[in-house]
Ligand binder design. Structure first.
Ligand SMILES: [Zn+2]
Length: 151
């Protein structure tokens, strides 16, 4: 028996193009002087503050990420969804190469072999490092980034 995929009725959102990212090229000129380098390093550390990835993974679900990416499942068996791959971009909307378990929060593509959790999925689709993907995903969902405040 085949049930209507739960995610199928939700509107697929047009994926936002990658955010414009500021490059860290402006501070290179002042690295000669030790004092300024120290300040620059401190500023760098604060900019690279830690992200509580556990909190992020626990507050954002795989379903949210799939919805945000406009995933349209072709079939659903229990917690297992199948559909076109978001990572390599299946040519056919009927493709079932992409498999995701929404309860476990894991995905796997039988064609391009991309796999992981929902944060790794966001990173793979947008070709971002995990850190950048976490910030990007939170912004896209309108959530606060769960920073670890140590400074
Ligand atoms: Zn794939």
């Amino acid at each position: 028996m085949r049930r209507t995929p739960k995610l199928g009725g939700l509107p697929g959102r047009v994926r936002r193009s990658a955010l414009v990212r500021s490059e860290t090229s402006s501070s290179n000129s002042c690295l000669e002087r030790p004092a300024e380098r120290s300040v620059a390093n401190k500023r760098f550390l604060r900019d690279m503050a830690g992200i509580d990835f556990n909190a992020l993974r626990n507050t954002i679900t795989m379903e949210e990420v799939l919805n945000q990416l406009g995933f349209q499942p072709v079939s659903r068996t229990g917690d297992q969804l199948h559909g076109p791959c978001l990572v390599h971009g299946s040519s056919s909307p009927d493709s079932k190469t992409f498999s995701v378990n929404v309860r476990m929060g894991r995905y796997y593509c039988h064609k391009c072999q991309s796999k992981g959790n929902h944060l790794e999925l966001w990173a793979a689709v947008h070709k971002l490092a995990i850190y950048d993907a976490a910030v990007d995903l939170c912004r896209d969902l309108g959530r606060d980034v769960p920073w670890i405040t140590r400074w």
